[in-house]
Write a protein that binds this ligand. Sequence first.
Ligand SMILES: [Zn+2]
Length: 312
Amino acid sequence: MSYPANVKFEGDYLKLNRKIGKVYCRSHRDFEGTIKTVTISKNSDGKYYASVTVDDGLEKPETSTEGAECTAACDSDFKSESVGGKAIGIDLGLTDFAVTSDGSKFDNPRHLAKHQQNLKRKQQKLSRKQKGSNTRDKARRLVAKVHSKISRCREDFLHKLSRKIVNEKQVIAVENLNVKGMVKNHKLAKAISDCGWGMFCTMVKYKAENEGKTYIEVDRFFPSSKTCHVCLNQVESLPLDIRNWTCEHCQTTHDRDINASINIRNEALRIISLGTSETANGGNVRRLGGKISCLLDATPNEIGSPNYIACN
Ligand SMILES: [Zn+2]
């Protein structure tokens, strides 16, 4: 339900309209500006949420790639690891949620697995209740509460990680993943939906855009895993259980995911240096921001790697 502008906050209370009056609420943050709309929604666990749209009167900043452009344009520097300090490439996976071109690895928190037992117990209880009974309704709410807890934990994790990355970098590059296509693989669907790559990319994108930073998706057919980021030599095959490999051309030993994320970063810098970040990949960069289509060759296999299965 949406309420227009005559909604007011008075201390810990939200004043909706004359009929409803004041409602106690816990707010997550203070905000400045004029309230445009307030939307009240009810979760399946019976909790009410108010989301507030505010006009802060500020213009959306111009997107800039400052700090990344100059390094990318110089081709010899472009390949070295010391450049692109303001740019970051992110490789998303299931074992590690994210691996960055700086060499950081962020564990997949596996929210669902953590709450799995609790959820299972409550779902079993629910299934034993008689249809239409009050106790069934109560049990249903308890199940919904666990689901709601899981998604709030997930969102919290994704918000914090995306905020950290956007704060530190000017250009953020990810591989555009085909989450929908991958979720069709039933064995992995749960794990993939649980980790929330799509939500993560959306968060990075809007946080970056709000600060005039650049969010860029690299084409999913770009061979980020199989290319040596030092000499650009491409190996023909890189079995999925191989986490480290040595380039036979330049003898550099790579961590599979870090090498991939460096390639993602470099590819993004290359696109930017062409000055065609919007038209590179046939104009896909922007458009793919929200939408994710079709299957990519590297990641689904990655998911099916023994490494991944062992962790579950
Ligand atoms: Zn090499």
